[in-house]
Design a protein. Structure first.
Lengths: 190, 190, 190, 190
DNA sequence: TATGAATGAGTGTTCATTCAT
DNA sequence: CATGAATGAACACTCATTCAT
């Protein structure tokens, strides 16, 4: 086979897309993304058939990245509150360390170019994550709310905290703490 | 349709813009907005100098509308929790009753076409609202967090609840209740 | 109504399209056509929704033009041979006087961008023309062939003669004569 | 599929080009042709330097093929009419049996990508053919027209008949007969 | 020699904005 | 002031051709 499709190039395009979408929204020109990735305009389309395919792939990639970040180093056992805190901290650290990716995600989530199927697949990972937490709910630690509700509250609060962290990077720990307190109080049995 | 007067036309354009932006994002063509408003393409530009001006005005108008909805019928006195509950309920009712406007707002908030100045002005209203609440914080009902923090948490949770209500309109009361419990527990002194 | 769609501009675009398609085929850029017509690139699309729409319209327009040319000045009565000769002469004169349009037609006829429907409509006019000739066939002047056959032979011979005339304009009369003799002998009862 | 030898590959590309050009015109992508030929995109360019070179070669190849078909089995002597009939029949049989090649030819003939030189060379073969017929003209069988004229009339009528045959394959004999009668009457001394 | 990824000029079409009516 | 045709700069995507493998 001649010059195989380069995984590096594919990743460069996705990284560039995150940067550019974060800065200019989903309507950013593909030419700008290609340039940022250091490839020719046409090359982008050998890796992603259409702009929509690229955006959907970016969405899935970012979703998977967040999930992987949250699961990394998760303690196999331990008090429910501690495990939740782990998730929360990893989530916020990821978001705070990758501001471009987080802003890109904000754009993608509200865009109608992300298909229902992508959203479905993207959430599947989180559902697995929540399944791991089913026990703590069963153990009576969490209020009686469906996993989706808990996840949505967590995401909402995390987003709000990340906004503050983005503006005041020095107070990351503060917002992580304050946010978690709010979260725990909101979802845990008092 | 009778030819509406000037002010009516302006409002028709803003209403149409909300609908169209909700459905197709901020990159929706001005021609589509004009058509939805029942005016000619060019007429839109006699009321709003540019598309950006229209989007920013829409943002401010919606912000003001939410604020007005929240303040309407506010009890002059009463327990802090009840007054907060009033705000919360009015906010969620507005969002649930005006799904298009809420979805339009989601698009506008993440768009880079909304200027910092607009955001500043838009939040001023909320700051006034919070000023009214300063006393409850002073009275030791709320945790020691800046008003912005409380507002951000409230908005984040409200958004999350509205997503659920949009999907299950019949359970509006349930989500209003569950959301408020989470909110109160997150911001109030335990 | 503001500035109405200009019939002149529409015609200018069709004329330009004929010129450009004649010279560069149906794959000629729309930008080139617009420029030749003296309008902006975008203007072309206010008159014709797509390039295909323009090409199909051009096809129909040219077909109608040929037909009109053939019918103009047709003697109401007279010997069949003279009436056929009239058609033949008008056809060849049109083709010889409008070389660009004729060459454009050559391109359009073989292009798969001209729809079956356009071809159907385009031939309808000729069928009317042939209907007028039914009598001569009935009168035993023409061989027993369907009208379509006669029309196809006429077109084929005309095309061949026009090629010669294009190369030797001075011998137009010669080729008109020679071609008609071939035609008549081919279709008439000996 | 066993990897074909060089000459086979060249032929495969030409055959594929005929199919693809017949279906999609001369603007069909070279990638499509390569795929249809079962070779890589780049390989096409080791056999033909440019797309134009391929198209011109295809034109010449098809021209040569028709000519060969017409000359095959030609009776060395015999009545002029019989020999003409032989040519005519072989021409129409070739066109009717190779509809793709014939349609490809139609596209090539009107394309400005076929150079004057190619056309010149392509017609040379036919001129040879006509040279063989010079004697019948000399013998007073044909009207006093240049060979080119006769050839053009023959081609024009053949094209027209092939259109009919393509639509009604069952009536091939009928159209061969009717067409030849028209041809003979058009070119022969009455 | 064969392959197919890489390239970037070119294409049809869209759209915010202007301006003649 | 209202209208919608006119404009031309973008934009997503295609494709002939090159060249690293």
């Amino acid at each position: 086979m001649a010059r195989p499709l380069s995984e590096d190039k594919r990743n460069a395009i996705l990284e560039a897309a995150a940067e550019v979408v974060a800065a200019a929204g989903v309507s950013a020109p593909t030419a700008k993304i290609a340039k940022a990735a250091g490839v020719a305009e046409g090359t982008l389309f050998t890796y992603f058939a259409t702009k929509d395919a690229l955006l959907n792939q970016l969405y899935l990639t970012l979703k998977a990245e967040v999930e992987a970040a949250m699961l990394a180093g998760i303690p196999a056992s331990g008090a429910a509150r501690e495990r939740w805190r782990h998730f929360w901290d990893r989530y916020l650290d990821w978001g705070a360390d990758q501001p471009a990716k987080r802003r890109a995600m904000r754009q993608l989530v509200v865009s109608d170019r992300i298909t229902a199927q992508s959203r479905e697949i993207g959430n599947r990972g989180f559902r697995d994550l929540e399944a791991m937490m089913a026990e703590s709910r069963a153990a009576g630690v969490l209020r009686d709310q469906p996993a989706e509700f808990v996840a949505a509250v967590m995401e909402a609060l995390a987003e709000a905290m990340l906004e503050f962290i983005a503006r005041e990077p020095g107070r990351r720990q503060h917002y992580k703490q304050a946010g978690f307190e709010a979260l725990w109080c909101a979802v845990a049995v008092p």
